[in-house]
Design a protein around this ligand. Structure first.
Ligand code: ADP
Ligand code: MG
Length: 256
């Protein structure tokens, strides 16, 4: 593959916890290439190592061995300061729970990390970007609401705005719809599909096949081993049902 088309690459990625007896091998030699602009979905049973893989790929967690490269730059050779700088400027994160501060309104929660990272002369631009994102994802009207006054779907769209405020190269999402009902889950996935269409690379963990069909490709982890990978092609609403049927069939064969 042409190097310029690769955003993220792992080689022989392993993670073992030695605090248990016997040691827990959570990731076992994962080789993975994420293409520029790809929407990659990580699936697997609970405990198969999905979150650990996501955190290792994003440098939030240090692997025991193996390597991860972001646009050709090896993450394991970076200091903690360099790594956190890359996370701030090149990566965005969406988790199952948005972890917003209850004493700030929705907009200030989104703005907080963007302003923290921005030099003084770029603050106005960061604020304008956040307001445009809130407009785009249909939450501008709840900007001044407290975080307990809005729905889970709105909160998760707010966390997508927060993740995009720094214009990341890669958006990492760990079960972004895990705490939502299917209607709110659809809202959030529409937002992520939009982000993907804009060219942002996405790496997302989910256990929900209806959510996974939004991806371009699904990989399947079993006991920390990447056992299968399936290309789905570009998602569109018309083929959603058929895609889900095929994906379910594939997942069943894998014992999901
Ligand atoms: P998933 O996201 O697929 O549910 P995780 O990546 O969260 O799986 O966890 C994979 C495995 O790693 C689990 O079996 C979990 O118990 C184990 N694990 C996670 N953290 C630790 C730790 N600090 N010490 C020992 N085992 C751990
Ligand atoms: Mg997990």
């Amino acid at each position: 593959m042409n190097r310029a088309t690769v955003t993220l690459e792992s080689q022989e990625l392993s993670k073992t916890y030695y605090s248990t007896d016997p040691p827990t091998e959570v990731l076992r030699g994962v080789d993975l290439t994420v293409r520029a602009g790809e929407f990659l979905v990580i699936m697997g049973a609970s405990g198969s190592g999905k979150s650990t893989l996501l955190y290792s790929l994003s440098g939030m967690d240090r692997p025991t061995s193996g390597s991860v490269a972001l646009q050709g730059r090896q993450l394991e050779s970076l200091s903690d300061t360099e790594m956190s700088n890359i996370r701030l400027t090149r990566m965005g994160f969406v988790f199952q729970q948005p972890h917003f501060l209850s004493n700030l309104d929705v907009r200030d929660n989104i703005l907080l990390p963007a302003l923290k990272g921005a030099p003084k002369d770029q603050r106005a631009a960061a604020i304008a970007r956040v307001d445009a994102l809130m407009e785009r994802f249909g939450i501008a009207h709840i900007a001044g609401h407290g975080i307990t006054q809005v729905s889970g779907g709105q909160l998760q769209r707010a966390s997508i705005c927060r993740a995009l405020a720094g214009e990341p190269l890669v958006l990492f999402a760990d079960e972004p719809t895990g705490a939502l009902d299917s209607s709110m889950s659809g809202e959030v996935m529409d937002a992520l599909t939009d982000v993907h269409r804009d060219g942002t690379t996405i790496v997302m963990v989910t256990h929900d096949p209806a959510v996974a069909v939004r991806g371009d490709r699904v990989i399947y982890l079993r006991d920390g081993v990447l056992v299968e990978s399936r290309e789905l092609g570009t998602w569109n609403a018309e083929s959603a049902g058929r895609r889900e049927d095929k994906l379910l069939e594939w997942l069943r064969k894998l014992g999901f």
